[in-house]
Design a protein around this ligand. Structure first.
Ligand SMILES: Nc1ncnc2c1ncn2[C@@H]1O[C@H](COP(=O)(O)OP(=O)(O)O)[C@@H](O)[C@H]1O
Ligand SMILES: [Mg+2]
Length: 254
């Protein structure tokens, strides 16, 4: 009998049930459970397993530079970040409502960390996520245009439930690049969520995109339905250096 059950579980791709069933049968032989309870338990285990497997797959494909979560973020170090606002964003209603999130602040304040952490939350709930720096996005779009497959590339990038574009403003984008960037943002407008990080105040995006009109058009779409999170504190990277220097000087004094 168990062999036939195993064969059927394999056919139905119910891997987790197949794995836990022998032990479950053994345990419930001594302490029988109603069929509905057993079925519910086994199916819940299978769903939990499938969700975890899918999330792992999405996170692997998301191209994150590191895997840091909200729990890894030290809110006490960065009081300008409203912890409640970030925790609320973790409920992912921004994904459902196709809202954007814009992190603005100097280097090292945790913009990428928070963007990745929200991306991981979204992935855990089986939303497709992709992370790319603005610079690499430009390379990708320019290459696609040269190879006459721009529409396909834009379509591909437009389908992610959450697209994270990191580091807008670190490197200038030329006129053609700005045009392509605008096309992508316009395609995602009101249909998908885009998270961006930038060190540049919006008033200077005209410099970043080499064109005031295009920058305004991009900002118009990005900001319309958006959460803007400005981080004004110190760099966490520098904090590490200060601690390092302090402990070195302590060593020296000893
Ligand atoms: N408040 C924080 N708590 C914990 N780690 C932080 C915090 N802020 C930044 N970090 C860490 O410092 C490093 C730099 O942060 P990052 O998000 O890359 O900064 P930014 O993108 O703003 O330049 C990362 O390793 C990040 O995990
Ligand atoms: Mg960053």
């Amino acid at each position: 009998m168990i062999e036939e059950i195993n064969k059927n579980l394999e056919l139905l791709d119910l891997e987790r049930i197949k794995e836990i069933l022998p032990d479950y049968i053994h345990k419930t032989a001594k302490n029988p459970k109603p069929l509905s309870e057993s079925l519910n338990y086994l199916l819940s285990e299978e769903i939990k397993y499938k969700n975890e497997r899918a999330a792992k797959g999405i996170i692997k494909a998301a191209n994150f530079p590191f895997c840091k979560t909200i729990d890894d973020y030290d809110f006490s170090f960065q009081p300008s970040v409203n912890e409640n606002q970030i925790k609320e964003l973790c409920n992912l209603s921004f994904v459902e409502n196709h809202e954007n999130i814009i992190f603005v602040g100097n280097p090292g304040v945790g913009k990428t960390h928070l963007a990745v952490a929200l991306g991981i939350e979204a992935a855990k709930h089986r939303n497709s996520v992709y992370f790319i720096t603005c610079h690499n996005l430009m390379i990708k779009l320019n290459k696609a245009q040269k190879e006459n497959r721009l529409d396909k590339q834009l379509q591909h990038l437009a389908q992610y439930k959450v697209l994270i574009i990191d580091e807008i403003g670190y490197l200038p984008v030329d006129h053609q690049g700005s045009n392509l960037f605008f096309q992508l943002i316009a395609k995602r407008y009101m249909t998908k969520s885009t998270i961006v990080t930038t060190n540049m105040p919006f008033s200077r995006w005209g410099e970043v995109f080499s064109d005031n009109t295009l920058a305004d058009a991009v900002l118009d779409r990005l900001l319309h339905y958006s959460h803007i999170i400005r981080i004004t504190g110190n760099s966490y990277r520098v904090k590490d250096k200060i601690v390092e220097t302090d402990s070195r000087s302590n060593d020296y004094n000893e």
